[in-house]
Design a protein around this ligand. Structure first.
Ligand code: GDG
Length: 737
C-alpha cells in the first residue's frame, strides 16, 4: 500500500457555491492552494478542511451533496456550525492568536469560551484526519487556527509523520508567555515531527518558548523530547513565479480591445506627463499591515518633496477582511479618513494623490497594478512573510521598479536588494519614496535581476518540496535515534539473558536514571518504587548491585541506609563494597580547589539561579535553575575559561546534565566500574546511566555488557530507553523475572 501525504488547513482550496439544484466548487487562487495542490495530487492524499459553508446554511441533503462534490476533488470536509466558526475562527484564532503573534498585545481577547471552542474544533479537525490517515502516511497541517491538531493526531497515531507550518510570526517568549494557554499551544505544536517557519527568527523564538516552558534540550534544530526527535526549520514560502511572469508578459502585448478598464485608466495616467510615477500598495485591510502609517508617510513625502505633487500617485488596494471584528472596523474608518484628508489637502483638478480601492480585484487587475507601478510600498508593522512583495518582483518583466519594504516583514530577510525601512519611521519612508523614484533605471534593474533569480529558484513548488524532504529527513533521523531503543521484544530478550545468568554485576546511576532531576539536588531522595526495585535486585544472591554516581558519600549512604548495596561515588573516588568500609581508590589531593573556586564564584554571581556544589574531590557548577539560554551561554564561557585554567594540572572538566564539574584527573565511572569487576567472572554485566559521565562506563565495560542510555541522544551505550520511567520499567522487569 502506498504512503500518502495529506494536507490539513482551516479552509479547503475551494469555495463551495450553491447552484440552482446542486453545489459547485470555485477554486481558490491563493499561493498556498497552488503549492499544496502540487503535493496532495502527487502523493495521492486528501485535503482536509472547512468548506466555507456553515452547517446552519445546509440541510442534511445539501451537506451530502457538498460532501460528494468535494470527494470528487480529493477533499474531505470538516463541517462547522455558525457558532463554532464564531468562537474558534473569528474568536480565538483572529482575536487572540492573531494579535498576540503580531505583537498587538493590547488587542488580545481572553474569552475562555473561545479557547474551549478552539480546543473542540481542533479536535474535530484531528478526528476527521484520523479517519483518513493510515499508518505510514504523512500529513501537513497549516497555520495558527490549528496549533493543537499535531498533538491530537500524534497521541492517537504516533506512527504518522506530521508536519506543521506556521504562516504568521512566532513571537518572542516575552510576548508568547502572556497567553494563559501558552503551555497547551506549545504542547500542541510539539505533536509535529517537523515544524516550519518563514524565518529563522520565528524558529528561534519558538525554540526559546520550548526551552522555557518545557525545559527540553535543543541541539541545533532538533528538539529532544522523551520519546522522539522533533525538527524545526525555516522554509521561506515562495510564489508561483511563472504564473505572475507569464501573466505580466501578456499584459504588455494586449490589443486595445482586450484591455481592461483599469489598464486603460493606468495608461491614461501616464499620458499626462512622462514624469508621472505610480506607487502601489496592496494588502488585506489588517492592522498588522501598517496602512495608516503608510498613508501618513506618503503625506510626509508630498510635504517634504513638493516638486512631486501632481506627479506621484499612490494606488491603494485594501481587501476587506474580518469586518466583524471591532479593531478592523475602526481601522477601516481611520483609513477612510486619512485618505480623505490627504486627497483633500494635496489633490488638484487633474490629480488625486491616492486612488483607494476597498474591495478585492480579479487576478488580471492585480497583474496590471503590478505591471504599471514604479514602486511597491510595503510597510507592515508585522507580517509573517508578505507574498505581495514577491509577486511584484515576479511581475516586473522589464526588470525596472523598486520595492520599499518593512524590516518587520519576514520577506525582508530574503530581499536585501529592496529599500528596507522601519514602518514606524515616517521620515525614513518618505525619504525612501524619494530614493525609489529617483533611482536610475540601471540600478533598479541590477537589484531586480538578483531578486528575480532568487525568487524564481525558490518558488512555491520548491518550497513545498523542501518541506516534504524535511519530513522524510526527520523520519530517518528518528529511525536512527530509535535504532537502539529497547522495544518490548528486545526487553524480553534482555530479561531472558538476565534470567539465564548465574553471576551478575549491575551498575545503576542515580540522578536522571533511577530518579528524575530535581531543582534542588538535595531533595531528590529515592521514591518507594526505586527502593522496591533496588530491594528486589539485591535479594537475588546472583546479583552484585552497585550505585555508581557523581554524588557524595554522605547523601547516598543516608538515602540507601540498610540496603545491602555497593557504592561507587564521586565518579569513582570512593568505593564501598557491601558491608565494608569506604575506601579511597586513589591518593589524590584537593588543593587545586582553592585555585578553581574563585572562577566558579564569578560565574555564580553573573548567572542568577546557578550555584556551586562542593564535593571532596570535585567542584560542581549547577545551572539547572538559571534562565535556560543564559545558562547555556555561561556554561560554554565557563568551559572555555576552565580549559585555560587547568592546563598543566591533572584536572578534568566534565559536562553533565546542566552541570559543569571540575575534578581530579584520571577518575571516572568507567575506570571505577572496571576496577570493581576486577578478576571476577560475571556472565551478565549491566550498566545504566543518563549523562556524559556514564559514557565512560559504556565505553570501558566489556563489549558484551548490556549498557543502557536513558534518553534518546547519541551514545556509546548499546541500547537506549527514553525516560526515567522506562528505565525503571526495564529494571522492574528484570528484578521480577
Ligand atoms: C498570511 C501572512 C504570509 C491580495 N489582494 C488581492 C489578492 N491578494 C493576494 C495577493 C497575495 C495574497 O493575497 C496576500 O498574501 P500576503 O502574504 O501578502 O498576506 P496574508 O493574506 O496576510 O497572508 C503572510 C502568508 O500568509 C503566506 O504564508 O506571507 O505574512 O499574514 O497572494 O496576491 N488577490 C486577488 N485580488 C486581490 O484583490 N486576486
Amino acid at each position: 500500500m502506498k504512503n500518502n501525504i495529506h494536507i490539513l488547513s482551516n479552509r479547503l482550496p475551494y469555495n463551495v457555491q450553491k447552484t440552482e439544484n446542486d453545489f459547485e466548487l470555485i477554486p481558490s487562487v491563493g499561493g498556498l492552494a497552488t503549492g499544496m495542490k502540487s503535493i496532495y495530487t502527487k502523493y495521492e492524499g486528501k485535503w482536509i478542511g472547512w468548506p466555507g459553508l456553515s452547517t446552519d446554511q445546509m440541510d442534511d441533503t445539501d451537506q451530502a451533496r457538498v460532501d460528494k462534490v468535494l470527494e470528487k476533488a480529493g477533499c474531505v470536509p470538516v463541517h462547522l456550525s455558525e457558532k463554532e466558526i464564531e468562537a474558534y475562527y473569528e474568536g480565538f484564532s483572529n482575536k487572540t492568536i492573531w494579535p498576540l503573534f503580531h505583537y498587538f498585545n493590547e488587542f488580545v481577547d481572553y474569552t475562555h469560551e473561545n479557547w474551549e471552542a478552539y480546543v473542540a474544533v481542533n479536535q474535530k479537525f484531528a478526528d476527521v484526519a484520523l479517519q483518513v490517515l493510515k499508518p505510514g502516511d504523512a500529513i501537513w497541517v497549516h497555520d495558527y487556527q490549528l496549533l493543537l491538531v499535531p498533538q491530537m493526531i500524534k497521541s492517537k497515531m504516533p506512527e504518522v509523520n506530521i508536519g506543521f507550518f506556521l504562516h504568521i510570526p512566532f513571537p518572542s517568549f516575552e510576548v508568547f508567555r502572556i497567553l494563559p494557554w501558552r503551555n497547551e499551544l506549545i504542547e500542541g505544536m510539539l505533536g509535529a515531527d517537523l515544524l516550519g517557519f518563514h524565518t529563522y527568527d520565528y524558529e528561534r523564538h519558538f525554540f526559546s518558548s520550548v526551552r522555557r516552558l518545557k525545559g527540553l534540550e535543543i541541539n541545533f534544530n532538533q528538539i529532544h523530547t522523551k520519546d522522539r526527535i522533533i525538527m524545526a526549520d525555516a522554509f521561506p514560502m515562495g510564489i508561483d513565479y511563472e504564473k505572475f511572469e507569464l501573466a505580466s508578459q501578456k499584459v504588455r502585448h494586449k490589443l486595445n480591445s482586450e484591455k481592461s478598464e483599469l489598464q486603460i485608466e493606468l495608461e491614461k495616467y501616464f499620458l499626462l506627463s512622462p514624469n508621472r510615477k505610480l506607487i502601489l500598495s496592496i494588502d488585506r485591510m489588517d492592522y498588522t499591515k501598517g496602512i495608516p502609517n503608510r498613508l501618513r508617510a506618503f503625506a510626509s513625502f508630498l510635504e517634504k518633496y513638493p516638486q512631486y505633487r501632481g506627479l506621484v500617485t499612490l494606488v491603494m488596494l485594501a481587501v476587506p477582511s474580518r469586518g466583524k471584528v471591532d479593531q478592523y472596523q475602526l481601522l477601516k474608518k481611520q483609513v477612510d479618513e486619512l485618505v480623505g484628508q490627504i486627497n483633500g489637502k494635496f489633490g488638484q483638478v487633474n490629480y488625486s494623490p491616492i486612488w483607494y480601492f476597498y474591495r478585492s480585484m480579479p487576478f488580471e487587475n492585480l497583474i496590471e497594478l503590478y505591471s504599471y507601478s514604479d514602486v511597491a510600498l510595503i510597510t507592515p508593522v508585522r507580517d509573517g512573510m508578505n507574498l505581495v512583495a514577491k509577486e511584484y518582483v515576479a511581475s516586473r518583466v522589464n526588470q525596472n521598479g523598486v520595492i520599499i519594504l518593512s524590516e518587520m516583514a519576514g520577506v525582508s530577510k530574503e530581499m536585501g536588494e529592496a529599500l528596507i525601512i522601519n514602518p514606524n519611521n515616517l521620515n525614513e519612508i518618505a525619504d525612501a519614496i524619494h530614493h525609489a523614484i529617483a533611482m536610475p533605471v540601471n540600478e533598479q534593474q541590477q537589484r531586480m535581476d538578483v531578486l528575480q533569480k532568487r525568487l524564481k529558484r525558490y518558488d512555491v513548488f520548491k518550497w513545498a518540496g523542501e518541506f516534504i524532504n524535511g519530513l522524510e529527513k526527520v523520519r530517518s533521523i528518528q529511525h536512527q535515534f530509535n535504532a537502539k531503543k529497547i522495544t518490548s521484544s528486545l526487553q524480553q530478550t534482555l530479561v531472558q539473558q538476565y534470567q539465564n545468568a548465574s553471576k551478575r554485576a549491575i551498575f545503576l546511576d542515580y540522578d536522571g536514571t533511577l530518579a528524575e532531576f530535581h531543582h534542588d539536588p538535595n531533595a531528590a531522595s529515592p521514591e518507594t518504587e526505586v527502593l522496591e526495585i533496588v530491594q528486589k535486585l539485591i535479594e537475588d544472591q546472583r546479583n552484585e548491585v552497585t550505585i555508581i554516581s557523581g554524588r557524595d558519600r554522605e547523601t547516598l549512604q543516608k538515602w540507601f541506609k540498610g540496603y545491602h548495596l555497593n557504592f561507587i561515588v564521586e565518579h569513582g573516588v570512593w568505593t564501598k563494597v557491601k558491608g565494608g568500609e569506604w575506601k579511597m581508590l586513589y591518593q589524590i589531593n584537593a588543593d587545586w580547589k582553592d585555585f578553581i573556586r574563585p572562577t566558579l564564584e564569578t560565574f555564580v554571581d553573573r548567572t542568577p539561579g546557578s550555584f556551586i556544589e562542593e564535593k571532596n574531590f570535585s567542584l560542581v557548577w549547577h545551572y539547572r535553575k538559571s534562565e535556560p539560554e543564559q545558562g547555556i551561554v555561561r556554561a560554554n564561557e565557563l568551559k572555555d575559561e576552565l580549559t585555560n585554567l587547568i592546563a598543566n594540572h591533572n584536572l578534568e572538566i566534565m559536562e553533565g546534565n546542566k552541570v559543569i564539574e571540575v575534578k581530579s584527573g584520571g577518575i571516572n565511572k568507567g575506570a571505577a566500574a572496571i576496577r570493581f569487576i576486577g578478576e571476577e567472572q560475571y556472565d551478565f554485566i549491566f550498566a545504566i546511566g543518563d549523562d556524559w559521565t556514564d559514557e565512560y562506563m559504556f565505553r570501558e565495560l566489556p563489549q558484551d555488557a548490556v549498557t543502557v542510555k536513558v534518553g534518546l541522544v547519541n551514545t556509546a551505550a548499546r541500547y537506549k530507553v527514553e525516560s526515567v520511567s522506562a528505565a525503571r520499567a526495564l529494571l522492574k522487569a528484570m528484578a521480577n523475572s
